[in-house]
Design a protein around this ligand. Sequence first.
Ligand SMILES: *Cc1c(COP(=O)(O)O)cnc(C)c1O
Length: 231
Amino acid sequence: MSDAPSPPSIDIAGNLAAVRRDMTAAAVAAGRDPAAVALIAVSKFQGPPAVRMALEAGQRIFGENRVQEAQAKWPALRQAFAGTELHLIGPLQTNKVRDAVALFDVIETVDRPKLAQALATALQQGEHRLRCYIQVNTGEEPQKAGIPPREADDFIVHCRDALRLPVTGLMCIPPQAEEPAPHFALLAKIAARHGLAEVSMGMSADYRIAIGFGASHVRIGTAIFGPRPAP
Ligand SMILES: *Cc1c(COP(=O)(O)O)cnc(C)c1O
């Protein structure tokens, strides 16, 4: 994260407008209401000047994948721009749960019982307006976070009913080398059978497909901010 101004060659407002246009077109093509699909601008590794440009262009929902980076960046930006909503889209360690609960509006990466328990404990200790999504490892990749699909039903019920977590949605990151469509279809199916309205899926390369399969939130970084600077 640097304070250097982002390169003027990257037209963040223009990119945002283009992504929003594409999202609308994809929703209309799928027979969906464009207003039912929200854009999460993934600002990980982007410095405050780039994020400010997106805020100034009217963007209000952002995704970060590290608690510490978000803590350094967001308090000042939130003071300057009202109505921001911050999503944690990267792995969460249990020792960072309190910090995450204090900063984020949505934690998209609830992926294991130990984390769910730690979140439940933290949420009992005060006011919050947090929502949680369960991350599902739809590709069953050993190196990837997320609950395996065959355990997802039990885990969702456990989080919601036993731990009383405010679970409102699901999230997935399909395997890189595979066709994403079956993964999007699977995630939407699991969400539907639990009555979960929020389905976070689709990134720069495949958000149009995800919208076709019912995404309520797409997470887009590169198509808005350009290539990410080194972390
Ligand atoms: C980085 C990231 C994105 C954004 O990816 P792009 O390809 O830059 O759009 C979306 N989701 C998650 C979980 C990410 O870590």
